[in-house]
Ligand binder design. Structure first.
Ligand SMILES: Nc1ncnc2c1ncn2[C@@H]1O[C@H](COP(=O)(O)OP(=O)(O)OP(=O)(O)O)[C@@H](O)[C@H]1O
Ligand SMILES: [Mg+2]
Length: 224
């Protein structure tokens, strides 16, 4: 039995307020290696709260969250931050690339905190750009790429440090339907290669691509 990538054990989040807001009720969830999970829920249901916990941006106020079997609640902030850099690859709706840097420089930023040599980081970045079909655009400025290309660069940046979890927040929210389809195909291929993937989305057609769906209503997590 391998250790799950994500394990929530009665994990919940209450914002202190005042007044206190129970944003995530105590929840249990296991995401095994190589799974592909969609998380959906209406506005205000607790998706961002859940994403911040699972992405190591925040800690639960009750219960436990374990990533790769490590209970993050007991870790000092500094250690949790370095675990985030090593184990979580984030993909955002609005790409978050540096527009005046090239595609390959942006991808290299994904491995900045790992203490590898620059030449090795550059080689790894070029290889992962090739994998997302953007080798010919490696030297282009991010600001001069199409939206779909930018998101593929962002996925490359998220993957370059070989994370335990690829965590995507509305990855197609800013894309036209053709670019969205290509990004979803890429995410599916990344999943098929063995990567553990979580996609948080409002869009049922995006969620339908995942192997499993988790819904959040009113801070209640339901696993289907
Ligand atoms: N820092 C905070 N302090 C207090 N309450 C908060 C805080 N952040 C979120 N909330 C509340 O927690 C609940 C869940 O919010 P959350 O942002 O997780 O929802 P969401 O599902 O991401 O919504 P959306 O789809 O609109 O982004 C909401 O009632 C929200 O008002
Ligand atoms: Mg949100």
């Amino acid at each position: 039995m391998s250790v799950p990538v994500v394990e929530l054990r009665g994990a919940g989040k209450t914002y202190p307020g005042p007044p206190p807001v129970v944003a995530l009720r105590p929840s249990d969830l296991v995401i095994d290696r190589s799974d592909y999970v969609a998380v959906t829920g209406p506005s205000g249901s607790g998706k961002s709260t859940w994403l911040n916990l699972v992405g190591l941006l925040d800690t639960p106020t009750e219960g436990q969250y374990l990533i790769d079997g490590v209970d993050v609640g007991s870790l000092p902030e500094r250690v949790r931050m370095s675990m985030r850099a090593e184990r979580i690859g984030f993909v955002f709706q609005s790409f978050h690339l540096l527009p005046h840097r090239t595609a390959v420089e942006n991808v290299m930023l994904g491995s900045l905190y790992l203490g590898r040599r620059r030449a090795d980081r550059q080689r790894a970045a070029a290889a992962v750009l090739e994998r997302v079909g953007l080798a010919p655009r490696a030297g282009a400025l991010a600001g001069e790429l199409s939206g779909g290309e930018r998101q593929r660069v962002a996925i490359a940046r998220a993957l370059v440090a070989d994370p335990s979890l690829l965590l995507c927040d509305e990855p197609t929210g800013n894309l036209d339907s053709a670019s969205a389809a290509r990004v979803l195909d890429l995410i599916e291929e990344v999943h098929r290669s063995g990567q553990t993937v979580v996609v948080v989305t409002h869009d049922p057609s995006v969620a339908a691509r995942a192997r499993r769906q988790v819904t959040i209503h009113d801070g209640r997590l339901a696993v289907r």
